[in-house]
Design a protein around this ligand. Sequence first.
Ligand SMILES: NC(=O)c1ccc[n+]([C@@H]2O[C@H](COP(=O)([O-])OP(=O)(O)OC[C@H]3O[C@@H](n4cnc5c(N)ncnc54)[C@H](O)[C@@H]3O)[C@@H](O)[C@H]2O)c1
Length: 270
Amino acid sequence: MQLNHRVAVITGGASGIARATCLELGREEVKAIGVVDVSDDVFAACEEGNRTLGRDVLVPFKGDVSSTAFRQSVYAQMVQRFGPVHICVPAAGIVRDALAVKLDETGKAVLYDEHLFRKVIEINLLAPIYWAMEMIGTVAKDRAKRNLGRWEPEEKVQGTIIFIGSISSVGNRGQVSYAATKAGLEGAQATLAKEAIYHGVRCAIIHPGFTDTPMVRAMDPKLVREKILPLTQLRRLLRPEEVADAILFMIRNSAASGALWVDAGWHPPA
Ligand SMILES: NC(=O)c1ccc[n+]([C@@H]2O[C@H](COP(=O)([O-])OP(=O)(O)OC[C@H]3O[C@@H](n4cnc5c(N)ncnc54)[C@H](O)[C@@H]3O)[C@@H](O)[C@H]2O)c1
């Protein structure tokens, strides 16, 4: 897809993979990138990013991706200021790891906290799907206004969604909620890919391996050193910029459909 004058929305952009993606995309001739995050850091990240990029391309929005009103307001403001949104990378995500079932000292079976599970689903699964669908809506409305029906290849690709899955989507001990949401995104991606191409919008998913971001830095360093790094072919964590580079490749290259694994060769053990 040609990136010139395109408008993007990236969630989770105050940190890690999404922040690096904002910078990579900002280096292209895109018109504007709506950078969404629940953290106050989103303002400093955009200010610093704009300084690095030498132009005001990153537009910060602070709020929770699971709020419908917030999502609609971000899109309304982006469309009003810059026009329809063509690129969506709904990357905001959380981990809340615990065993699915464990026995307490009295022998009682303790199941993974149900409220926590719902929260992980809200943020990691429902939110990315709705942020993506909202973007498809902006393209669909714009094309309808121009009396365009079913998309034809001569029009060139009109939009791209890249979901952020994970190597954990194939199952990883201690990650029943996280893995379920990342696997769920596969189904959403496959379905939206089939539906959204009516409007000329592609949809794909990337599955990063362990990447050096605050999410992974919050893990036990011994676990990372002993259980993860030796089992990756690169024997190191991925850099957010490497994952961002792969995301940019997937946005640019319209032949890239389905899933890309950017995992440094690590796969969850039995
Ligand atoms: N780091 C890894 O090893 C790794 C591997 C595979 C997939 N991923 C995925 O990549 C994405 C980015 O992860 P990261 O490692 O860069 O994490 P990160 O913790 O560095 O960044 C996540 C960002 O999302 C924001 N966020 C969290 N909940 C939010 C909410 N409710 N509303 C708005 N913003 C919210 C956080 O404030 C944070 O800035 C996530 O979807 C994660 O699951 C990460």
